[in-house]
Design a protein around this ligand. Structure first.
Ligand SMILES: [Zn+2]
Length: 104
């Protein structure tokens, strides 16, 4: 299963390559076929924003509520890791690649 390049329409991006393209604010990665730069689109941006917001709220709550090491680990660190992993997996399998707006 490969992802379609928005520049040339060829299926050139593997899931891992797509996830590594980054979000709309990043410079993106070059398509191996046409050299056009691609980033993950709006769906990825939206999901990552929500996930990071949840993780951020969890950290604030942890700061005020939880005191033991295990509590801090489970409620402060795990959500942050999960947010990153879920966002990465989403970029690998879902969402569309779009043309990078930002240039080098
Ligand atoms: Zn291409």
């Amino acid at each position: 299963m490969k992802h379609t390049c928005p520049h040339c329409g060829e299926k050139t991006f593997t899931p891992l390559q797509k996830a590594l393209c980054g979000g709309m604010s990043s410079a993106g990665k070059k398509c191996p076929s046409c050299g056009g730069r691609c980033v993950n689109g709006k769906a990825s941006l939206l999901l990552n924003t929500i996930l990071r917001l949840i993780a951020f709220v969890m950290i604030i709550v942890t700061y005020f509520v939880h005191t033991t090491f295990m509590q801090i680990l489970w409620f402060g660190v795990v959500p942050l890791v999960l947010a990153f992993v879920i966002g990465f997996l989403f970029d690998m399998f879902f969402g569309k690649l779009i043309e990078a707006i930002k240039h080098e």
